[in-house]
Write a protein of this length. Structure first.
Length: 202
């Protein structure tokens, strides 16, 4: 069975926020919640880099480990989903997640901040596939329709990749080799990974 994963190619991301908008529109995410965001490092300086960040659907998800109500579960293809009916809004998942993926509609105190929301890899939730209840609580279920998440589909530069982890890593490896990294990006030198289009290949 495939393991579904995201990967953002920082050399292609142009900080357009198309992935953020596509996610909000497709899933009708409530105000104040961003399932996906674009983070820019060294903004306005040489070496500026942007990456699109959301739930990474970890193989050993820390949010699942800390949830006191076990509202998280993992599908057969590795997508980490949650059951909003079990969520008590404690926020433990937010503190445990290294990507800041869990979001709450309110900054209020424990139990009053509302039900947690996060990226579902456009795979819906525990309700029946593509039912009105599933759409209302979790947004679109594009995976059940045989489609990729909307954020990756709408990425204009194809910086955001989504799908089977092996295929995603193969695509990224080919890109890195094309950029001039002879060993497929698996060396320890950061200089080797950088590609300067003004220089001739050796």
């Amino acid at each position: 069975m495939a393991r579904m994963k995201f990967l953002c190619d920082s050399k292609r991301c142009i900080e357009c926020n198309g992935c953020v908008t596509a996610c909000k529109n497709e899933n009708e995410v409530e105000w104040g919640v961003n399932r996906r965001r674009v983070v820019t490092i060294n903004d306005g300086e040489p070496g500026e880099t942007s990456i699109s960040v959301a739930c990474m659907h970890c193989s050993d998800a820390p949010c699942m480990a800390v949830c006191p109500t076990d509202c998280f579960y993992q599908t057969d293809d590795g997508i980490v989903l949650h059951n909003k009916d079990l969520c008590i809004g404690c926020g433990y998942c937010l503190y445990a997640c290294p990507f800041g993926a869990p979001q709450f509609p309110s900054d209020a105190a424990f139990g009053e901040r509302g039900k947690m929301d996060k990226c579902t890899f456009c795979a819906g939730g525990p309700e029946e596939d593509n039912s009105p209840e599933e759409k209302a609580k979790y947004g679109a279920n594009r995976i059940a329709e045989g489609k990729l998440p909307m954020c990756a589909e709408m990425c204009s530069t194809k910086a955001l990749l989504a799908g089977d982890a092996n295929e995603v890593s193969d695509i990224f490896r080919e890109r890195v080799i094309y950029r001039g990294h002879n060993d497929g990006a698996w060396s320890m030198s950061e200089e080797d990974l950088a590609y300067d289009a003004t220089q001739q290949k050796a």
